[in-house]
Design a protein around this ligand. Structure first.
Ligand SMILES: *Cc1c(COP(=O)(O)O)cnc(C)c1O
Length: 367
């Protein structure tokens, strides 16, 4: 027997991904969706949670998946995923059409250039597509007035087997809501014979009338709240990603001394400063100001000074038992990502996606 090798990943930062929480959150979304089916939105490497691990955790649960990259969609098929897969930005080149047909992928068609790609497809190629309606977000899609003509055109194309009518809400989480956009969509939906997909997380949770055949929850799957005024916990969601690390140094700082780059924090009294092995190089937001909540030994305290690439500081003055080696939670279980994101002037969406590849990931709650 040889001696086991020492672990080379001893820097204590870890992202824990709770796959049981992910499945729980999918079921919460499904419960809101009623009889509708739900595409699990897994774009951006499943919002930073890892595409394949996320999809494997949902493979027996999810009605379908939605993402952006053709290569990712093909990887899902190679991993044995048989459910519908929607490409939210559709195709980018004529050659993509045949790949979509071969792998049974459903591209959203949002512009005339993409219709030309469908028209140029080789004979025999047939695929289900989405038709993206620009109902007011003014990002992707055809304006409602031209949708009947576009639909008619799509139906003349041999490459098009069926059409899913799609649109996306700009303000489902805010006070403006969905009414203006939905008013433009309603007559199109009334006249449309096929399936319809409108709702993202916020619309699914707050605007039940937008739930049609398919919904497209993203953030809620990962345990984030789409709403500034309602917590993930109160929505029945569980945190999936927990970013944890440890205290690696302690500094006893005298009144008048400064901490960190730029000396943004000046101690007004003797302060016990804990240095955490986590910085923006790990994905923690650099703009998180001093005072951002953080857990040390499971107890709430706050960050101090400017976040640097590899480290940040926190106040241990009220935690005399904490020291080098004490566990730290940056966000996740026990400290909501939404709250930390709000303190940093960002969203949990961005914080999840920001996790960098140098952070080792631990999966829990798997089968
Ligand atoms: C990202 C995205 C979603 C999911 O949005 P969430 O707010 O994360 O639920 C749904 N539909 C489209 C078109 C998207 O781009």
């Amino acid at each position: 027997m040889s001696h086991s090798k020492p672990s080379l990943i001893s820097r204590p930062i870890r992202a824990r991904i709770d796959l049981a929480a992910l499945r729980h959150n999918y079921l919460v979304a499904r419960r809101h969706a009623g009889a509708a089916r739900a595409f699990a939105v897994v774009k951006a490497d499943a919002y930073g949670h890892g595409l394949l691990r996320t999809v494997r955790a949902l493979r027996d649960l999810a009605d379908g998946f939605a993402l952006l990259d053709l290569a990712d969609a093909v990887a899902l098929r190679d991993a044995g995923i048989t459910q519908p897969i929607v490409l939210l930005e559709g195709i980018f080149a004529t050659g993509d059409v045949a790949v979509c047909a071969e792998y049974g992928l459903r591209p959203a068609i949002h512009c005339a250039e993409q219709i030309a790609m469908l028209r140029a497809a080789p004979p025999g190629v047939r695929l289900a597509v989405g038709l993206k309606v620009n109902s007011g977000m003014n990002r992707l899609g055809f304006r409602p007035a031209v949708v009947p003509a576009v639909l008619a055109e799509l139906r003349t194309l041999p490459a098009v087997e069926s059409v899913l009518l799609m649109s996306h809400f700009a303000d489902a989480d805010g006070p403006r809501g969905v009414d203006e956009q939905y008013r433009r969509l309603a007559p199109l939906i009334a006249d449309f014979a096929g399936e319809v997909s409108l709702a993202n997380s916020a619309a699914l949770l707050r605007h039940a009338h937008t739930v049609h055949d398919w919904v497209r929850p993203g953030l809620v799957l990962y345990g984030g709240s789409p709403f500034a005024d309602e917590s993930a916990e109160s929505l029945g969601l569980l945190p999936v990603m927990t970013l944890g690390s440890r205290i690696i140094a302690v500094q006893e700082v005298a009144a008048g001394e400064r901490v960190g780059y730029g000396g943004l924090f000046t101690a007004t009294q003797p302060t016990r400063v804990g240095v955490v092995a986590c910085g923006y190089g790990d994905g923690y937001p650099r703009h998180a100001p001093g005072g951002t909540p953080i857990l040390v030994d499971g107890r709430r305290t706050q960050t101090i000074g400017r976040v640097s690439m590899d480290m940040l500081a926190c106040d241990l003055s009220e935690l005399p038992g904490a020291g080098v080696g004490s566990p730290v939670t940056l966000f996740g279980e026990g400290l909501s990502a939404d709250e930390v994101a709000a303190a940093a002037g960002t969203l949990s969406y961005e914080m999840f996606c920001a996790l960098t590849k140098r952070v080792p990931v631990i999966e829990t709650g798997g089968d």
